[in-house]
Design a protein around this ligand. Structure first.
Ligand code: HEM
Length: 531
C-alpha cells in the first residue's frame, strides 16, 4: 500500500495540490480501481488467443505508468529497446489505458500511413474538453467533420505558402526589433536572455498573423505568455486523469474535481482575453475597418462564421490552438539551434560563413530573398529538428476501431504514441545518430531532398505524418530561418563568464523545453538592422 502511494504520488507529477489530494483519496481510489482491474483481466481473457504487441511486466492498478518517468520519450525508448518487438511495437498499460508505442520506421509507417484513418482521432481529457471548448479545436479534437473544417480554415487562410509569404514584411520587422535590441546589449557587453527574446519573437509573429497586432504593443504579452504556459501544462497528458479516465465519471467526478477546477479557472482567463480580441475585431468590422477579411485570421473566421456555422466557442478553440501550437514549437527549435551551434563552433563558423558571404555589399541585414540557396542554414534547422523535435511523441492518437498491425491485435480505444525522438536518434537509421552533424542533409552542395520532415519519410517525423500532420510547417520554418540567419549574421556569440557548458536538461510537456534559460553574450562590429 505504501509503495502504491509513492507511485501514485509520482503520477501526480510536480503539482503539490495534486499530490495532496491523491494521497488523501488513495483508499477511495483503490475502491474504484479494483473493479476496473477485474474488468480489464476479464476482457484480456475474452480476447483469448489474439496476439497483442509485446509488453514489459505490469503492476496491478498502475500497469506500466511507473516506468514512464519525467522524460517519457527517453524512458519509452529504453523500454522499447528492452521489451519491444523487432518491429518496434510495444503495448503498455498506463493506469488502465492501453497504450501502443511505435518506435521504429516500420511501426510509425503502419500507424501514420497504412492505418492512418483508424488512428486519426485523439484521446479525450477533461482539460482538453474545458480548455478547448469541447474540444472544438484542431489539434486535439476528435476526428470528424468539425475537425476537418477547422483544419481546412487554418490551412487555407493562415498557414498556406501564399499566406506565409504575405507575412514576410511582418517577420522582417519583428526580426529587426530583436536584432536591434541585441545590438544594444552588445554595446554594453551584457548577456542576453535569448529564451525570452526568442519566445517573444515567435509569439509576436503568430499574434500579428492571427490577430493583426503584436500583444507587446498593448502590454498584453506577459498575461498571454502565462495563459499559454498554463494551458500547455494542463494539456500535457501524462497525469492521473489520463491514466484513469474512468475516474472522471466515477463518484460524480469527485476525484478529478481539482484538475477540472484548475482548467475551468484558466478557461475563464482565456475567455476574457479571447472575447476582448474577438469583440475588438467585430467592432472594427462594424465600423467598416478590416474590410479585407484576409487581413488577419480573426477577421477571416468572423467573415466565414455564418457560412460554416462556426460557434464563438469554436472560433476561440481554433485561436487557442494557433497561439499555443505556433509559438513554442518555433521558439524551442530556434533556441535548440543556437544551443547546438554554441556547442559546435565549427558548425557555427560554417553557418556564419555561408550567411555572411551571401549578402550583397552594403546590405546590413538578411532579408527573405537572401535566404534562397542557404543550404547550410536549412541543414542546421533540419538537424536541430532531428535531435530535438519539439513534440517528441507527436500528439497522441487513439484507435477508432480494432485493427491488425504487423500481425498484432490493437483494440479500439488504444492510445497510440509515436516516438519520433527515438526514431530520429536510431543508430540503425542514422550514422553518428546522437551527434549534431548538419552535413548529413547536404548532397552535392544542395539540401538532401531524400530525407525530409514533410511526412513522407518515417525516419524523420518532427511534424508528424498523415491526416493529423502539422499544418504549420511553412509558417514555423519561415520564422525560424529568417531569425536564425540574422542572429548569426550580425553577431559572434559567447557564453557568459564562468559558464563553460550549456545545461541540456529538458522539461517534458506537449512541447519539450530546456529547463534552464539560455543566456549568451553578443559581439559585433556591424550596424543595427534597417529593414
Ligand atoms: C517548428 C515548428 C513546428 C513543429 C516542429 C510542429 C510539430 C507538430 C507535431 C509533431 C504535430 C503533431 C502531428 C501528428 O500528430 O502527427 C503538430 C500538430 C499541429 N500543429 Fe504543429 N509544429 C510546428 C509549428 C506549428 C505552427 C507554426 C502552427 C500554427 C500556427 C502549428 C499548428 C499545429 C496544429 C493545428 C496541429 C494539429 C493538427 C491536427 O491534429 O490535425 N504547428 N505540430
Amino acid at each position: 500500500m505504501a509503495k502504491v502511494a509513492v507511485i501514485l504520488s509520482q503520477l501526480a507529477g510536480d503539482l503539490p495540490a495534486a499530490k495532496e489530494s491523491l494521497l488523501l483519496l488513495l483508499p477511495l481510489l483503490l475502491l474504484f480501481l479494483l473493479p476496473l482491474c477485474f474488468s480489464i483481466i476479464r476482457s484480456g481473457r475474452r480476447q483469448g488467443t489474439k496476439k497483442l504487441p509485446p509488453s514489459p511486466l505490469a503492476l496491478p492498478l498502475i500497469g506500466h505508468a511507473h516506468l514512464v518517468g519525467a522524460h517519457p520519450h527517453v524512458s519509452l525508448r529504453r523500454l522499447a529497446d528492452r521489451h519491444g518487438g523487432e518491429d518496434g511495437l510495444m503495448l503498455l498499460r498506463l493506469g488502465v489505458v492501453p497504450t501502443l508505442v511505435a518506435s521504429s520506421v516500420r511501426a510509425a509507417q503502419a500507424v501514420l500511413r497504412t492505418h492512418d484513418l483508424s488512428f486519426a482521432s485523439r484521446p479525450q481529457s477533461i482539460c482538453g474538453e474545458v480548455l478547448l471548448y469541447g474540444p472544438s479545436d484542431i489539434a486535439i479534437a476528435p476526428y470528424g467533420e468539425r475537425w476537418r473544417l477547422a483544419k481546412k480554415l487554418a490551412t487555407t487562410h493562415l498557414l498556406s505558402v501564399r499566406k506565409v509569404q504575405s507575412l514576410r514584411a511582418a517577420r522582417e520587422e519583428e526580426v529587426a526589433l530583436v536584432i536591434n535590441k541585441i545590438h544594444g546589449a552588445a554595446e554594453t557587453r551584457d548577456a542576453v536572455d535569448m529564451s525570452e527574446l526568442l519566445s517573444k519573437f515567435t509569439n509576436d509573429i503568430v499574434c500579428r498573423a492571427v490577430a493583426g497586432q503584436s500583444f507587446r504593443l498593448k502590454g498584453r504579452d506577459r498575461v498571454f505568455r502565462e495563459l499559454i504556459d498554463e494551458a500547455l501544462v494542463l494539456l500535457s497528458g501524462f497525469n492521473l486523469e489520463n491514466f484513469y479516465p474512468g475516474l472522471a465519471r466515477a463518484a460524480g467526478g469527485l476525484l478529478t474535481r481539482s484538475v477540472r477546477r484548475k482548467a475551468e479557472n484558466l478557461r475563464v482567463q482565456w475567455d476574457r482575453f479571447l472575447d476582448k480580441l474577438i469583440d475588438e475585431h467585430a467592432m472594427e468590422k462594424a465600423d467598416g475597418g478590416g474590410s479585407d477579411p484576409e487581413c488577419d485570421f480573426i477577421h477571416v473566421l468572423l467573415s466565414v462564421q455564418e457560412e460554416y456555422g462556426l460557434s464563438r466557442d469554436s472560433i476561440k478553440a481554433i485561436l487557442v490552438n494557433m497561439f499555443a501550437a505556433g509559438t513554442d514549437t518555433a521558439y524551442q527549435t530556434l533556441e535548440f539551434a543556437m544551443v547546438e551551434l554554441m556547442m559546435h563552433q565549427k558548425a557555427m563558423a560554417k553557418l556564419q560563413h555561408e550567411v555572411r558571404s551571401r549578402v550583397p555589399k552594403g546590405q546590413n541585414n538578411i532579408n527573405e530573398c537572401s535566404l534562397i540557396g542557404m543550404t547550410y542554414l536549412k541543414a542546421v534547422i533540419k538537424e536541430t529538428l532531428r535531435l530535438h523535435p519539439p513534440s517528441p511523441l507527436l500528439l497522441p492518437r487513439v484507435s477508432l476501431e480494432d485493427c491488425d498491425i504487423e500481425g498484432f491485435q490493437v483494440p479500439v480505444g488504444t492510445t497510440v504514441l509515436v516516438n519520433a525522438w527515438a526514431i530520429g536518434r536510431d543508430p540503425k537509421l542514422w550514422e553518428a545518430a546522437e551527434e549534431f552533424v548538419p552535413e548529413r542533409f547536404i548532397q552535392n552542395e544542395e539540401i538532401n531532398k531524400g530525407i525530409d520532415f514533410r511526412g513522407m519519410d518515417f525516419q524523420f517525423l518532427a511534424f508528424g505524418s498523415g491526416r493529423r500532420m502539422c499544418p504549420g510547417i511553412n509558417f514555423g520554418l519561415a520564422s525560424i530561418e529568417i531569425m536564425l540567419a540574422n542572429l548569426v549574421y550580425h553577431f559572434d556569440w559567447e557564453l557568459p563568464k564562468g559558464v563553460d557548458k550549456i545545461d541540456m536538461t529538458e522539461v517534458f510537456g506537449l512541447i519539450v523545453s530546456r529547463k534552464e534559460k539560455l543566456f549568451l553574450i553578443p559581439k559585433t562590429d556591424m550596424a543595427p538592422c534597417a529593414f
